[in-house]
Write a protein that binds this ligand. Structure first.
Ligand SMILES: *Cc1c(COP(=O)(O)O)cnc(C)c1O
Length: 400
């Protein structure tokens, strides 16, 4: 069966052009970039080139780019590193309630170390209010960390306004732009952020490699001690091939950004409108227009997200759900709860995220299959209009 992959918010396929430039760095150009000999110097040059590619894509200087092991490390480093470096100035951090767990759990860890964290609410579209950010700032506030775009519902945050506010108050501003980089224009100078996280595997680069932009002159505590790699700020022999791949992937994403965004927005809207027109009792989650070009997230009433995913999988379609029952948690997504969905509706959510390979035929296929799957599941479901309240438990009661 021809598989249709619509889970690009979770990860993307490495682009063929990216894989091609990576391959020599596993074999003939395998040197340690810290070595003096020419094999080492070749590796160093490749890393320098990748750093320039990242800098060009986000509009900063190459020496403001630090390679990491991915989005999670970049978020941890930015938040812990800034908090610990500024702890003599204050202990208060502001974030939102819909951040990725790499941010939320890092903030929770800092709370255990004596920091205080404000988790701002969002509106029904998933947007943070700049006025709320301003009201939350106290003379103890040292850091604001708000994501550029949400990984579940795709909503884009007003980060340039938050950046301006943070600057005017003398507070550091970090943004988790892992979903945004490669999808929408990201310019660190225009945003006015002090730190920005990105991750290779979210824009058709390899997994396990990312970068943290750190504004020139800003010193963070280190997360990883050891050798003098990354100008003494992040130890460990560089993930050479993956860094080369990340550089190529971000260059490609930046070069094709407008065309890809236009194409994907059209497909996204076709999918949203098609679902709304063909399936009753469906709600779009996230902002209708101010959302990532590749993100569709809907709540399908009276249906379990997992059941929907399994049926879609059997039909050859890979999607994802905001409900985390099968991954060991009884609670539905913190993001869907934060936008005000009741538990039973949050459980029936479906996220379909498009990638560079997604075609219009893929969207037509999903629009063809999904209505039948939903009506089958609804016919079998006990989650009908007579039993809508299921509370905080994970009610996989659909009989299959
Ligand atoms: C995927 C993701 C991360 C984590 O990135 P990894 O490279 O997988 O560690 C962090 N934040 C957001 C918004 C993400 O989508």
């Amino acid at each position: 069966m021809n598989r249709i992959y619509l889970d690009n918010a979770a990860t993307t396929a490495v682009a063929p052009e990216v894989l091609e430039v990576m391959l020599p760095y596993f074999t003939e150009c395998f040197g340690n970039p810290s070595s003096i000999h020419s094999t080492g110097r070749d590796a160093r040059r490749a890393i320098d080139a990748a750093r320039k590619q990242v800098a060009a894509a986000i509009n900063c200087q190459p020496n403001e780019v630090y390679f990491t092991a991915g989005g999670s490390e970049s978020d941890n480093w930015a938040i812990k590193g800034a908090a610990l470096a500024r702890k003599n100035k204050g202990n208060h951090i502001i974030t939102s309630s819909i951040e990725h767990h790499a941010v939320l759990h890092t903030c929770q860890w800092l709370e255990k170390q004596g920091f205080e964290v404000t988790y701002l609410p969002v509106d029904a579209d998933g947007q943070v209010s700049v006025a709320d950010v301003e009201k939350a700032i106290t003379d103890k506030t040292i850091l604001i960390t708000i994501m550029a775009a949400n990984n579940e519902i795709g909503t884009i945050q007003p980060i340039a306004e938050i950046g301006k506010l943070a600057k005017s108050k003398g507070v550091l501003f970090h943004t988790d732009a892992v979903q945004a980089v490669g999808a929408i224009p990201i310019d660190v100078a225009a945003i006015g952020c002090d730190m920005l996280s990105l991750s290779g595997h979210k824009f058709h680069g390899p997994k396990g490699v990312g970068a943290l932009y750190i504004r020139k002159g800003l010193r963070l505590e280190h997360l990883i001690e050891g050798g003098a790699q990354e100008r003494g700020q992040r130890a460990g022999t560089e993930n050479l091939a993956s860094i080369v791949g990340l550089g190529k992937a971000i260059e490609l994403a930046a070069a094709n950004l407008e065309a890809n965004a236009a194409r994907m927005t059209a497909l996204r809207d076709k999918l949203i409108e098609g679902i709304m027109a063909r399936i009753p009792d469906v709600k779009l989650n996230g902002h209708r227009t101010n959302r990532l070009p590749n993100n569709v997230n809907v709540s399908v009433r009276y249906v379990e997200g997992e059941a929907l995913l399994l049926r879609l999988d059997l039909a050859g379609v890979a999607g994802s759900s905001g409900s985390a029952c099968t991954s060991g948690s009884l609670d539905p997504s913190h993001v869907l709860l934060a936008i005000g969905l009741p538990h039973e509706i949050a459980h029936g959510s479906l996220r379909l995220t498009l990638g560079n390979e997604t075609t219009e035929a893929d969207i037509d296929y999903v629009l063809d299959k999904l209505p039948g799957i939903v009506s089958d599941l609804r016919a079998m479901s006990v989650l009908n209009e007579f039993t809508t309240t299921v509370g905080g438990t994970c009610p996989i009661k659909t009989v299959e």
